[in-house]
Unconditional design. Sequence first.
Length: 145
Amino acid sequence: MGMTNSLEHARKILEMGGYTCVLCKGDKTYFSNEHGVKPLLTWIHEKTIEQGCCAADQIVGKAAAFLYIKLGITELYAKVISEQAIPILEEYGILFAYDQMVAFIMNRKGDDMCPMEKTVVGIADPESAVRALTEKVKELSARMS
């Protein structure tokens, strides 16, 4: 699938800026260097993002797919996408493009499935995903400090 101009713009910013994720709408651009689903959860809780953005992201698994739906995006570009993310994006009518598809997203060590992906294995809707992922991030942050 070809990318629209807006999606191509988001992808260029992602690559040129070295960001982990970028959202664009008109002349507004939001971006983050934070890894994983943290920036997406922050944007959801702060309600800072306009609906109808295009998004570009380094890695999109099922967890991120649910969060992008909650953010109300219309299009998504992923450098790497998981097989589990695709049916969710399709179900919610999100146009998407990607460079590489993987069976599932690995953790940072590369020895197991990403903990955020594990969190949403049995989840089928964005609301439940936001709740479960918010709890998981809190739990992991508490463990780190």
